[in-house]
Design a protein around this ligand. Structure first.
Ligand code: MN
Ligand code: MN
Length: 460
């Protein structure tokens, strides 16, 4: 039951569409290296497409009806967008949900120190990373510093060609005998992922002059005091831009394909719906998936449910039962990346049930660890329905599970939405180097994901 390669199905015009989509996607990746930046990009696109803010609609007691487009911006880190359909809300929504946080290195709240004439920043990494991959490479600093008066200072240093970059140093090979004997996962420690920020003392300063120089620059250029770092969120991410990968340019290497490839495909699909849909379409871009979907911007928070209640209310049809029925009767694609088969690490996969780059959007019936633990195991009935929608709409798709049995595992947001009793299945783009600073996807899979998500929203 081998699945066909999507590239073989494309003719000239479609090849052009695949390329054009890839160009837009690379721009999205370059502009959205943090969850906050992804939200800014998304709000801009949504508003251009006629979406308006839910808060505004509530303030103005706007009456909502079929065809209206509304979005909720959850603390600038997550977005839920609704395109209201013809059928009553209680018939359920067609939901696509992806996450926009990616593994990275966060600055601690009290980060700065000086050691042997270097100014350094202490960090705490975010999400699952192989620490050795994050040393000896160019990092950029992105984020926000919130001052006591409530003003925000946006930080983005290391993206322009003329900007400086930062990084975590590694020990020279000549002195690495002891380090090389350590296990891969222990050779670089989390506490040692500190970022080097400077090396020039401030003239006339005796006490920690290099750190003083750093603080002076922050004060002069960004009006930030050291204490302002207590209310800052600064993320160190790879400074490189997304680029074509391979001589045939069939792939893209970039930071944050997990899960911004699915987030982008979802947004493109949603924006591509020009008609009034039968069922209300809902696109979610959520935060904190990489650390368990926790916090007020993670999927476990109830902002989607609350937004549904508000929308029901503005449609003149609010009751607790309406909200419960809407959620229970919904159908969802939990859009998250899949582990692509890597010929260099073939033994980590079971070939018949692996995801292959270029063979289209991937469906995972289940994820989880050790006997599907912690996973959402999608219903066969729902998968049957998905098969028909995909085939009817000529989408290239494949099925997979995450590697060989008992080798490891992982989760997504699927199980959280399934708590409402709705049908949910994982669906995403296959990735190589997942969670490495630079990940790889196939342009064809991204293209098929957009087709799949649109077909799902219009037909599920
Ligand atoms: Mn993911
Ligand atoms: Mn991940």
């Amino acid at each position: 039951m081998e699945r066909p390669n999507a590239w073989k199905t494309y003719h000239k015009t479609e090849m052009k569409k695949v390329e054009a989509l890839a160009e837009t996607y690379k721009e999205f990746l370059n502009q959205g290296k943090t969850e906050r930046e992804c939200v800014l990009y998304t709000v801009n696109k949504l508003e251009k497409a006629g979406y308006t803010s839910l808060e505004d609609a509530i303030d103005k007691k706007k009456k909502l009806k079929a065809g209206d487009k509304i979005y909720l911006n959850q603390m600038g880190k997550a977005i839920v967008a609704f395109h209201i359909g013809k059928k009553p809300l209680e018939c359920g929504m067609n939901i696509v949900g992806a996450h926009i946080d990616s593994p990275r290195i966060d600055l601690k709240q009290n980060p700065f120190y000086e050691d042997t004439d270097f100014a350094m920043a202490d960090t705490h990494y975010y999400g699952g990373i192989k620490k050795y991959q994050w040393v000896a490479r160019q990092l950029a600093l992105h984020g926000v510093v919130v001052k006591k008066d409530g003003t925000n200072v946006m930080i983005c240093i290391g993206e322009k060609d003329t900007d400086p970059v930062f990084g975590v140093t590694d020990l020279l090979i000549h002195l690495s005998k002891e380090q090389a004997e350590k296990k891969l996962g222990e050779a670089i420690t989390g506490e040692n992922l500190d970022i080097m920020l400077g090396g020039k003392p401030l003239t006339g300063e005796d006490k920690e002059p290099v750190k003083a120089q750093l603080l002076k620059i922050l004060k002069d250029e960004y009006q930030i005091d050291e204490e302002d770092m207590l209310s800052a969120e600064i993320e160190a991410v790879p400074a490189e831009k997304a680029r074509d990968f391979g001589l045939d340019r069939s792939m893209i290497m970039g930071y944050g394909h997990d899960d911004r490839s699915c987030a982008f495909a979802e947004l493109e699909a949603l924006l591509g719906i020009r008609e009034i849909p039968e069922y209300t379409c809902c696109g979610m871009l959520v935060d904190k998936e990489e650390i368990g979907s926790v916090g007020a911007t993670g999927m476990q928070a109830k902002y989607m449910e609350n937004a549904v209640a508000e929308i029901a209310n503005l449609m003149g049809n609010y009751s607790e039962l309406t909200v419960r029925r809407t959620l229970k009767n919904s159908r969802m694609l939990s859009c998250d990346v899949s582990a692509g088969y890597d010929p260099l690490y073939g033994s980590a996969f079971e070939k018949k049930n692996a995801a292959y780059l270029g063979r289209g959007v991937c469906y995972n019936k289940f994820t989880g660890v050790r006997g599907k633990g912690g996973s959402n195991d999608a219903n066969a009935e729902f998968i049957g329905k998905i098969r028909k929608i995909m085939d009817d709409n000529k989408v290239c798709w494949q099925t997979a599970e995450l590697g060989r049995v008992d080798l490891g595992g992982g989760g997504t947001i699927a199980y959280i939405c399934a708590l409402y009793g709705m049908e949910v299945i994982d669906s995403g783009v296959a990735v190589l180097n997942m969670h490495a600073p630079m990940e790889i996807i196939s342009k064809a899979d991204l293209y098929e994901a957009v087709k799949a998500y649109k077909a799902f929203m219009l037909n599920a």
